[in-house]
Design a protein around this ligand. Structure first.
Ligand code: ADP
Ligand code: MG
Length: 326
């Protein structure tokens, strides 16, 4: 039976060219570049809550890291270092090997070094802390949206939630679509290049990554920024063919796990954003706008039909503890 230290040395200790000191001491040592702020985030993935317990370990390794890198992308930060705290039920080396493979595939793709962590026995639970750099004062914060800004989203929101519905037997997708949706669920691609370009070219004011659902996460931007938002249903991306239209629409507006970027941008940047979408080969959709909140009202998100009439929304996204609706 390998020891804790055998497991770390065998599966998690890799070269860390971006660190002053990587795994093996009491702390890692990191040196952010001058003029940079550190963006730091941590996200836990719990078996049974965030992933199905029989999820392929390679895909789980990818996703555990990807969801954290997505938070850095949403701030316009450049990912650099990560730590991994894992609690594992047993030292199943085939499982750990595949998990590490997926994790390092993601680490290599996004150019981050695994610089430390903690490895214990217990119920399956994986927690990554990710650190990135962003020039001082330039991050894409949730509280910077302004009335008059456009509302944009990247990619194909809703695919991951459709994939989950398919895996759980709540819907039956045709083969090609189910593959696409399951890949979106299990192997999300954090929008790092988009976040960096939005920040470097000063195209976006506020951004968030959609992990809990489009309307729910948009709710965080409006609350933090003290304004309202309108989402125009007719401008949402086309629903994928072959899926139940009502479910597909529901997954688009309230499904989580897509890790697309939702952002606010001044209208003068529309052409630059269209050009950026071509450059990154990533669709960017202008799906609404931000407007002033009426005096003494709380910030709200409204879903509007093509005539500008509010549509009823029964479910906005996922909340671990509360009501699903905000
Ligand atoms: P300490 O007891 O001082 O906290 P540990 O014994 O927990 O240190 O870990 C030993 C070294 O291995 C530390 O440098 C830690 O960061 C690293 N480490 C532990 N688990 C992991 C892991 N899963 N991935 C990468 N590094 C790890
Ligand atoms: Mg420790």
């Amino acid at each position: 039976m390998p020891s804790e230290f055998d497991l770390i040395a065998r599966y998690f200790a890799r070269p860390t060219p971006q660190a002053v000191l990587g795994p093996g001491d009491d702390c890692a040592l990191l040196a952010p570049a001058p003029g940079m702020e550190l963006a730091i985030t941590t996200d836990m993935l719990v078996a049974g809550t965030h992933f199905l317990p029989d999820t392929d370990p390679r895909q789980l390794g990818w996703k555990t890291l990807a969801v954290n890198i997505s938070d850095l992308a949403a701030m316009g930060a450049r990912p650099r270092w990560v730590l991994l705290a894992g609690s594992l039920p047993k030292a199943d080396e085939a499982w750990i090997n595949a998990f590490a493979d997926g994790l390092f595939a993601c680490a290599n793709r996004y150019n981050v070094d695994l610089v430390g962590g903690d490895t214990t026995r217990g119920p399956l639970n994986l927690c990554v802390t990710a650190l990135g750099e962003v020039p001082v004062g330039q991050s894409l914060r949730r509280d910077h949206a302004q009335a008059g800004d456009d509302l944009w989203i990247s990619g194909e929101p809703g695919l991951a939630a459709l994939g989950l519905a398919h895996l759980q037997g709540r819907t039956q997708l045709p083969d090609a679509l189910s593959q696409r949706c399951i890949t979106a669920l299990q192997r999300p691609l954090p929008r790092v290049a988009l976040g960096l370009a939005l920040r470097e070219r000063q195209l976006a004011r506020a951004a968030i990554d959609v992990s809990d659902g489009l309307l729910a996460d948009l709710g965080h931007i409006v609350e933090c920024s003290g304004i309202d938002a309108e989402v125009w249903q007719a401008q949402l991306p086309a629903r994928p063919e072959g899926a139940d239209p009502a479910l597909a629409r529901q997954c688009q507006i309230a499904g989580g796990d897509d890790y697309e970027l939702l952002f606010s941008a001044a209208p003068e940047h529309r052409a630059a954003l269209a050009a950026l979408a071509c450059e990154l080969e990533l669709p960017l959709w202008r799906i609404g706008c931000f407007v002033a909140t009426p005096p003494s009202s709380a910030s709200t998100v409204r879903l509007l039909d093509e005539n500008g009439q509010p549509l009823p929304v029964t479910h906005r996204g996922f909340d671990h503890f509360g009501q699903d609706d905000r």
